[in-house]
Structure formats: structure tokens, C-alpha cells
Design a protein around this ligand. Structure first.
Ligand SMILES: CC(C)(COP(=O)(O)OP(=O)(O)OC[C@H]1O[C@@H](n2cnc3c(N)ncnc32)[C@H](O)[C@@H]1OP(=O)(O)O)[C@@H](O)C(=O)NCCC(=O)NCCS
Length: 135
């Protein structure tokens, strides 16, 4: 494989990111590219892309307080680039750049995180409709 660069996500990577999320069927990221751009560049986010000869091969986004707690928002490596250590590198570089003592993750890729040695804890996903009502 040619040299893979990891760098901060910018406007020039948007089309490649959309192709990546579309191939994975991540509709909430692919259906409105400008919303995705704003989300990936939001304050408090650290978003990195892996580039293979200029092609977006992977993406990571995390939110961090810069000191203690980070949360993973997205991690995706394109099928053609899997199994080469790219996801581990993206996670490591994102946490180093963002700061934080730990990173919490909601995922369906359990086996991957167990393989990395992550500790398992119960997670939840709340939506605005879950918070309606005053009780
Ligand atoms: C999960 C995913 C990010 C892994 O990316 P990757 O670049 O192939 O992972 P890496 O090559 O960095 O793997 C690091 C280690 O985990 C192992 N690993 C990778 N995928 C694994 C899986 N699904 N189950 C168990 N172990 C896995 C690798 O063999 C490697 O082990 P080693 O270091 O002992 O050799 C990628 O398959 C993907 O994008 N999947 C679809 C999207 C997804 O599920 N994202 C996570 C949402 S939170």
C-alpha cells in the first residue's frame, strides 16, 4: 500500500468522505453533505481523515473536553483499506490531538473494540423525543 497520510478533515475531503459513508450505508451522513460538513467541523470535534494517494480511506471524529473525557462520534475505514492498522492509528492520533484520558464509544463493532482491549460498559442513545414531558 502507498503511504497513508492522516490529517485534519477539511472541505477538500468532503466528496471522499461522502463516498465512504455512502458505501457503508450511513444515510444520516450521506443524505445531506453540507450538514455532514458542518457536523464534522463542529466546535469541540476532532475529525481526521486517512488519505491513500489523495483518496479518503478512513475517517474518525471524536468530541473531547481536552483533558479527561472523549467520546467517539464516527470511525470508518473503507473496505479496501481494512485490516492494515488504519482504524487503530486514526483512534490513537485523534485522541492524542484532542486530549483526554479515555474515550467512550457506542458501537456495533464490539469484536473490534474487545480486540483492542477496550473495557465494556453499558451505553445508551437518547433522542429528543425521549426527553419530552416534564416528569
Ligand atoms: C471496525 C473498523 C473501523 C476496523 O478498521 P480496520 O482499519 O480494519 O482496523 P485495524 O486494521 O486498525 O485493526 C486493528 C486490530 O483490530 C483487529 N480487527 C479489525 N476489525 C476487527 C473486527 N471486526 N473484529 C475483531 N478484530 C478486528 C485487526 O485484526 C487488528 O488486530 P491486530 O492489531 O492484532 O493485528 C472497520 O472494519 C470499519 O470501518 N467497519 C465499519 C464501520 C464500523 O463498524 N465502525 C465502528 C463504529 S464505532
Amino acid at each position: 500500500m502507498s503511504e497513508t497520510d492522516v490529517r485534519a478533515f477539511d472541505r477538500e475531503h468532503l466528496d471522499g468522505v461522502i463516498a465512504l459513508v455512502d458505501a457503508q450505508g450511513w444515510d444520516t451522513y450521506s443524505e445531506d453533505p453540507e450538514r455532514t460538513y458542518r457536523a464534522l467541523r463542529s466546535p469541540g470535534s476532532t475529525t481526521l481523515v486517512a488519505l491513500d494517494d489523495g483518496v479518503v480511506a478512513g475517517l474518525v471524529q471524536l468530541q473531547s473536553d481536552g483533558e479527561i473525557q472523549a467520546h467517539l462520534s464516527a470511525l470508518l475505514v473503507g473496505e479496501a483499506w481494512r485490516g492494515r492498522g488504519l482504524a487503530r492509528r486514526l483512534l490513537r492520533e485523534a485522541l492524542q490531538r484532542a486530549g483526554g484520558m479515555r474515550m467512550d464509544i457506542l458501537t456495533s463493532a464490539e469484536a473490534f473494540y474487545r480486540h483492542l482491549g477496550a473495557e465494556s460498559k453499558t451505553g445508551f442513545r437518547l433522542r429528543p423525543s425521549d426527553l419530552e414531558g416534564d416528569r
